[in-house]
Design a protein around this ligand. Structure first.
Ligand code: DAH
Length: 360
């Protein structure tokens, strides 16, 4: 009996003195483990007479319960002490500047940004988006657009041709987005109001030309659309895109096989001080080609020119991106240099809208 008291006092003292979990666990195993001191005592119950067991049983069981309870409590105390210690040690300086999250590190390429801006502006005017393949046939890229065989305008396009197929057909990389005009008129009944942004290809490379570049085509076909409408649409577009209250535009006569009359459009700007400002100044910058869709093109799409008419325009996306965002060289657009993208790119969640602002 005295032994139990002594054992209990020793164990409780050791438990109280244990300074960490490992030590506490050693004590637990030594007392309550398979060969622990208390477990050994419990085993002796089986060899006792009923009277002895009646007397000693409650004492041994009581000892076991009190020691287990003491261990549980000590474990709890140690845990709370560790948490308290960590709370004191782990300091957060809430005055530190924010570290850029992964979301802020990714950037939208200026070409994607400008396509989104153009889409937002024309969607607001009721246009939808049409797309066509990058690999085109001679028919869609030239013939249906009223480029006669052997016409010099074909040569001006510096076309990338594929090797001819056994039947002699030679596919090509589209040199402009105008073939999508044909594909649209073939498949959609007028009235038609579409824009078609996409990749285009010409064998050309210098500071302002790359073999792959981007254009956006516009096409409006119905029964009464005329050049006055075209002028208004382009003016509204330029004001919205360049984010200026007014722009001056100049329409010059030009030639494209698929429009008659054909025009080229310049926008007024100020280039003094190495920076381009729109809506003021004495300089003119060419930004697009346009015109009334040629009757032959309508006929090629099985539309009767006596019933339908309309206009189209084509614009270089990379070029207007360079103008708007002040990028002097086109080639880095396609070099995938992350430093360039970090400098000129846009935040992913700032999707351009007319209401929320195109480029802020
Ligand atoms: N496809 C022409 C080019 O790449 C641009 C163009 C001019 C498109 C006049 C048009 C247009 O739709 O009407 O040079």
């Amino acid at each position: 009996m005295a032994d139990f008291k002594k054992l209990e006092a020793e164990l409780l003292a050791a438990i109280t003195a244990a300074e960490d979990d490992t030590r506490l666990e050693t004590i637990r195993v030594a007392a309550l483990g398979k060969k622990g001191s208390i477990s050994e005592l419990l085993k002796t119950l089986g060899t006792m007479t009923p009277e002895e067991r009646k007397q000693e049983g409650p004492m041994i069981n009581g000892l076991r319960d009190r020691v287990s309870e003491a261990i549980t409590q000590k474990r709890d105390t140690l845990k709370r002490a560790a948490t308290a210690e960590r709370l004191v040690a782990d300091k957060v300086d809430v005055t530190l500047p924010l570290r850029a999250s992964a979301l802020l590190r990714g950037h939208i390429h200026p070409v994607s940004q400008v396509i989104d801006e153009i889409t937002a502006i024309f969607a607001d005017m009721g246009f939808s988006i049409a797309e066509g393949p990058d690999i085109e046939t001679d028919f869609y890229n030239f013939t249906a657009l009223n480029f006669p065989a052997g016409h010099p305008a074909r040569e001006m396009h510096d076309t990338f041709f594929f090797n001819p197929k056994p039947d002699g057909e030679r596919k090509l990389l589209r040199t402009h987005t105008s073939p999508v005009q044909i594909r649209t008129m073939e498949s959609v009944k007028p009235p038609i109001r579409v824009i078609t942004p996409g990749r285009t290809y010409r064998c050309d490379s210098d500071q302002t030309h790359t073999p792959m570049f981007h254009q956006v085509e516009g096409l409006v076909i119905d029964k009464t659309s005329h050049l006055g409408h075209l002028k208004w649409i382009l003016e509204e577009f330029c004001k919205a895109f360049f984010e200026v209250p007014s722009v001056k535009m100049r329409f010059r006569p030009s030639f494209f096989p698929f429009t008659e009359p054909s025009l080229e459009v310049d926008i007024q700007c100020d280039r003094r001080g190495g920076e381009i400002r729109f809506g003021e100044g004495n300089d003119w910058l060419e930004i697009l080609g346009c015109g009334m869709v040629h009757p032959n093109v309508l006929r090629n799409c099985k539309l009767d020119p006596n019933e339908y008419q309309g206009f189209a325009w084509g614009m270089g996306i990379d070029r207007i991106a360079m103008l708007k965002y002040g990028m002097p060289d086109l080639r880095p657009f396609f070099e995938a240099d992350v430093r360039w993208l970090e400098h000129y790119g846009f935040r992913p969640l700032d999707f351009p809208t007319l209401a929320g602002g195109l480029s802020e």
